[in-house]
Ligand binder design. Structure first.
Ligand code: ADP
Length: 168
């Protein structure tokens, strides 16, 4: 097959991104090197979590501006089934980051469910970089609640927004 006829490989990186952390950016940057195009799928209203701290528009805005330097990455908010969202947007792969054993159990279950729903969509996992393997949005919010310094853990804009939000 000639290079011109090659299929564009698209992936979705789904998450609540409440808010985006440097751990998310690490996974997205690495996915963007593997795939031709990466869609960051921001879940509108996550089922697994309580009400989000930031609105879907705010969460999408943070991650959009933090990935503005990556030409093959776009951000979309979605509120439907993940495999359906992937298929509608021409993505054949779901990329997720894996931190610890705890992530594995949940991801293993979701993998089986998604495969049952749509065997044509494959899931792939990128291992967290050691410096971010402890980092979660929940942890960042907890730190910020008690006035901890999160500037090394999240994009600058997110650190500012977190301290503003916590003042209220
Ligand atoms: P969180 O679990 O931090 O609330 P999300 O629900 O937004 O994050 O997760 C989006 C994706 O990013 C998931 O695949 C999650 O495993 C991954 N992820 C989150 N934080 C990290 C990290 N520090 N390193 C690697 N992957 C991560």
């Amino acid at each position: 097959m000639s290079e011109g006829a090659r299929t564009i490989r698209k992936a979705v990186c789904p998450g609540s991104y409440d808010p985006a952390t440097n751990g998310h950016l690490d996974i997205i940057g690495r996915a963007a090197r593997i795939f031709d195009h990466v869609i960051i799928g921001v879940v509108d209203q996550p089922v697994r979590k309580q009400k989000t701290l930031f609105t879907a528009e705010e969460r999408a805005g943070f991650i959009e501006r933090a990935t503005a330097d990556l030409d093959n990455v776009e951000v979309m908010v979605f509120s439907t089934l993940l495999v359906g969202f992937a298929r509608e947007n021409g993505a054949t792969t779901i990329v997720k980051g894996l931190r610890a054993i705890s992530d594995f159990e949940y991801e293993f279950e979701m993998n089986q469910l998604n495969r049952k729903l749509d065997p044509g969509i494959e899931s792939a996992y990128v291992m967290a970089s050691p410096e971010y393997s402890f980092l979660s949005s929940t942890g960042v919010k907890e730190l910020a609640t008690f006035g901890g310094d999160v500037s090394d853990l999240v994009p600058v804009e997110v650190a500012t927004a977190l301290s503003e939000r916590m003042k209220r």
